[in-house]
Ligand binder design. Structure first.
Ligand SMILES: Nc1ncnc2c1ncn2[C@@H]1O[C@H](COP(=O)(O)OP(=O)(O)OP(=O)(O)O)[C@@H](O)[C@H]1O
Ligand code: SF4
Ligand SMILES: [Mg+2]
Length: 348
């Protein structure tokens, strides 16, 4: 196996609980929303980690903690070895520069009253040390060029651009401070399918050009496979399975991953014929009321009594430790098993 590059982000035991209150005049806390409830992963330099999972499983909350838009309730986020959740003031500002976010909706995330030049250059107001005032417009033009837009568009407004072009503007803004890590939260979900591939290809190219590391969040499993080196699958505030893209897509061992993959549309009719669709029972439980033990157990067809008692750790399951191979990756299931699901093509 090739040497893994060094870790750039190490996330351990990350938790975000929102208080759940009742009453208008006298607010009482009656519980908490466990939006993120113990997330662990490592992002290596230059790689793309895809994060997938159903709506409400906590993907955006993880993203916001990574870029410091939300403070974690517990846990640590190490950037090059330093826990950034404990930083403040100037030290925090210096680190934040290196971890930037690209948002989902290019229609609402760009201020309609600002020119493209001002939108892309705005980060320089907070970090003037990166670009002295006199040099900003030159830099913004260069950024426009880098993301495939005409630098002459610098004085236009967001409404004068298409959805795909707006997301290029969002990416240019994310690059303005020359970050090392980009956290992209559903960056192409709001775009037409025909435009999605262009933006993904752009992100691919920028990654190679600037040595970027990506956390790429999406609910579309085909897109995630296309761009990711490794993939983490989230369920109800936790990662339940994580590994290389072929390990997750071709050798899933967690029942939830298997169910998710079995629901991906398959274009090839023959493959469709051979595939078994796994229908999950019931709904996702509320994050205010998480099941004991394995949080997937209320929907799992393999659940046994042990699953209600013991939280399965995110680790290589004992059965696969001896034999090794592609099934030997982290999977939080007491009864992890391979169950190949014909699902997502390796290359779109
Ligand atoms: N500020 C908040 N206060 C209370 N609950 C919140 C808050 N933000 C998010 N939540 C809840 O936390 C859970 C996780 O939300 P989050 O937005 O992280 O999910 P997601 O995986 O990004 O979903 P989607 O795929 O729909 O974007 C949800 O149940 C959500 O309602
Ligand atoms: S630990 Fe039990 S309930 Fe959880 S996924 Fe595995 S078999 Fe299902
Ligand atoms: Mg989200």
């Amino acid at each position: 196996m090739a040497d893994m590059p060094e870790p750039i982000l190490e996330v351990r035991g990350l938790v975000k609980h929102y208080p759940l209150t009742q009453g208008v005049l006298f607010k009482r806390q009656i519980g908490s929303v466990k939006a993120v409830d113990g997330v662990d992963f490592t992002l290596h330099r230059g790689e793309t980690l895809g994060v997938v999972g159903e709506s409400g499983c906590g993907k955006s909350t993880v993203a916001k903690m990574l870029v410091n838009l939300e403070r974690p309730t517990a846990g640590s986020i190490r950037y090059k070895g330093e826990d950034i959740t404990r930083l403040s003031g100037r030290a925090l500002k210096a680190v934040r520069r290196n971890i930037q976010m690209v948002f989902q909706d290019p229609y609402t995330s760009l201020n309609p009253r600002m020119t493209v030049g001002d939108i892309i250059g705005e980060p320089y107001d907070i970090h003037p040390e990166v670009a002295p005032k006199g040099d900003r417009r030159r830099r913004v033009r260069e950024l426009l060029d880098v993301v495939g837009l005409n630098p002459e568009y610098i004085n236009r407004y967001p409404h004068q651009f298409s959805g795909g072009q707006r997301q290029r503007i969002g990416i240019a803004r994310g690059l303005a401070l020359r970050p090392e890590v980009i956290v992209a939260d559903e960056p192409v979900s709001a775009l037409d399918v025909s435009v999605q591939a262009q933006v993904i290809n752009l992100m691919d190219r920028l990654q190679n050009e600037f040595g970027l590391s990506y956390v790429f969040i999406a609910h579309d499993l085909s897109i995630v496979r296309h761009i990711s080196d490794r993939v983490g699958v989230m369920y109800l505030g936790r990662i339940v399975e994580i590994g290389g893209d072929a390990e997750i897509y071709d050798h899933p061992t967690h029942p939830y991953t298997q169910a998710l993959l079995s629901a991906v549309p398959v274009p090839d009719p023959e493959a469709r014929e051979h595939r078994e669709r796994i229908i999950l029972a019931g709904d996702v439980p509320s994050p205010t009321n998480v099941p004991s033990g394995c949080r997937f157990r209320t929907r799992c067809w393999k659940a046994e009594e042990r699953c209600a008692r013991e939280v399965p750790p995110l680790a290589v399951p004992a059965v696969f430790r001896g034999p090794g191979g592609p099934a030997a990756h982290d999977s939080a299931c007491h009864f992890a098993q391979e169950r190949p699901v014909v699902a997502v093509e390796a290359e779109a």
